[in-house]
Design a protein around this ligand. Structure first.
Ligand code: CMC
Length: 427
């Protein structure tokens, strides 16, 4: 056995077991306990997987203490400021940033694949008015698997790429249709003349025929700063290693189900307010607070152990320092405030919460900083996107990460069906 090992001793039997320590390229080393049960007859206990590495990965790296995030080794700050979401998708899928020609081909392919099979359109009619777009989105992605049954058995790189590019392209269309169905307004088809992000905003906002709102000065065009802001939000959401929804996607992958069904399960997992649903809850909470003078009372509630009220958009399982995505978005929020001339009460309430919480011992001692969702809610509101679409926007950004992790799981020869054990304390 190598020197890099860890010995565990059972104090009842006095028996010792030695396990190898595995080294990563970054981050903490990992104790390889795969044979622990076979050796000792004991299980390890780790609810919420706070000390467990569930896989080997080369996709995303987070250092929560430093507040560092990298996709395929590239710092998130570089991607958010120097590259587009399309480039980020290509990077995640292939491991390399594309050159100019490769990017152009990739971008064109994504544009052309954005249309939905006409049969799928009918599915939306089955949902009641006001159906939450997340529920419709998850159902429609499961339904999408029925149109591409072959993807269940894809095994080579060409097959993986076609399957992945198809879902990345179609997710914004499904999300926009889910939203428009919830309002009972006609769908807007994708426009191949438009890039990924502008196309999505158009499918959300346009009138039939693809024209924007008409005002005294003509049609209100989508502003470049809005496209850039949303594109950055997509990039910041693109992957986040083994979070709750990605773990669900890998878990479904482990059973051999269709990849789009795994994505649909990821969408359901993301919806909860402890995860991606937090962005919608942040705005609901700011609206509940209502005015700057009420902020302090709500902060007191968040600190009260007998009150289950939590400050939405604060805290993170991994980041015990400022979430680097939140730092980028804070800058973007300030930029938008100037460029779109925004100074809303919601922004003022958010600023007050931030100011108090960042200086309060309760939050400081628990390392509770604003996370990505604290700022996305505010920025998306500034982009006139309704609350119910905040988490679907997270889905659009994250689909590339989920599908990349799905492919990685499939290619990994050590992958096994996800099947944890339990500490039984029943009758
Ligand atoms: N407001 C007030 N107190 C909090 C908050 C909060 N938002 N978050 C954590 N705490 C307290 C918690 O009560 C506990 O205190 P104590 O030690 O006195 O019992 C301590 O901080 C540790 O909390 P925890 O629940 O053990 O931490 P966790 O790592 O299990 O949970 C979290 C992480 C994100 C679920 C949690 O911080 C939370 O519920 N935050 C609000 C929801 C939110 O913003 N979620 C979005 C996460 S970022 C997007 C994503 O990647 O999904």
């Amino acid at each position: 056995m190598s020197k890099q090992s860890f010995t565990l001793t059972n104090n009842q039997t006095k028996q010792s077991y030695e396990y190898p320590i595995l080294e990563g390229t970054r981050g903490p080393s990992v104790l390889d306990l795969r044979s622990f049960f076979k050796d000792s007859g004991l299980f390890t206990y780790d609810p919420g997987y706070t000390s467990t590495a569930s896989c080997t990965s080369t996709v995303t790296f987070i250092d929560g203490a430093k507040g560092e995030l990298r996709y395929r080794g590239v710092p998130i700050e570089t991607l958010a400021t120097e590259h587009s979401y399309m480039e980020t998708c290509y990077l995640l899928l292939t491991g390399e940033l594309p050159d100019k020609d490769t990017l152009q081909d990739f971008d064109l392919e994504i544009r052309h694949r954005a249309f939905l099979h006409e049969g799928l359109r009918h599915l939306f009619a089955a949902f009641p008015d006001n159906a939450h777009p997340m529920a419709t989105l998850s159902a429609a992605v499961t339904a999408l698997s029925t149109f591409y049954d072959d993807h269940k058995s894809c095994q080579d790189d060409a097959g993986y790429q076609e399957m992945a590019r198809r879902i990345i392209s179609k997710i914004p269309t499904i999300a926009a249709f889910s939203y428009r169905h919830s309002l009972g307004i006609p769908f807007i088809q994708p426009d191949i003349d438009l890039g990924f992000t502008k196309n999505f905003l158009t499918m959300m906002r346009a009138y039939p025929g693809g024209k924007m709102h008409l005002c005294a000065t003509g049609h209100e065009e989508i502003k470049e700063v809005e496209v850039r802001a949303l594109d950055t939000i997509f990039t910041l959401h693109a992957d986040h290693e083994q979070n709750a929804s990605t773990t669900v996607v890998r878990g479904v992958a482990s059973t051999g189900a269709h990849p789009y069904v795994a994505i649909s399960s990821g969408i359901s997992a993301l919806w909860g307010r402890a995860h991606g649903g937090a962005n919608e809850s942040v705005i609901a909470q700011l609206e509940l607070i209502g005015s700057v003078d009420k902020v302090e009372a709500f902060i007191e509630r968040a600190k009260d152990p007998d009150d289950d009220f939590r400050l939405m958009g604060f805290g993170h399982r991994v980041y015990k320092n400022f979430d680097p995505r939140a730092k980028i978005l804070k800058g973007l929020q300030d930029e938008l405030r100037v460029e779109l001339n925004l100074n809303t009460e919601l922004m003022a309430i958010a600023r007050k919460i931030e100011e108090i919480a960042l200086n309060d011992d309760y939050f400081i001692s628990r390392n509770l900083y604003p996370n990505i969702d604290f700022y996305t809610g505010i920025i998306l509101t500034a982009l006139q996107i309704p609350k119910s679409m905040f988490t679907p926007i997270f889905v659009i950004g994250r689909t590339v990460g989920w599908i990349t992790q799905w492919i990685e799981f499939k290619k990994d020869e050590t992958s096994k069906i996800a099947r944890p054990r339990q500490l039984y304390r029943g009758k």
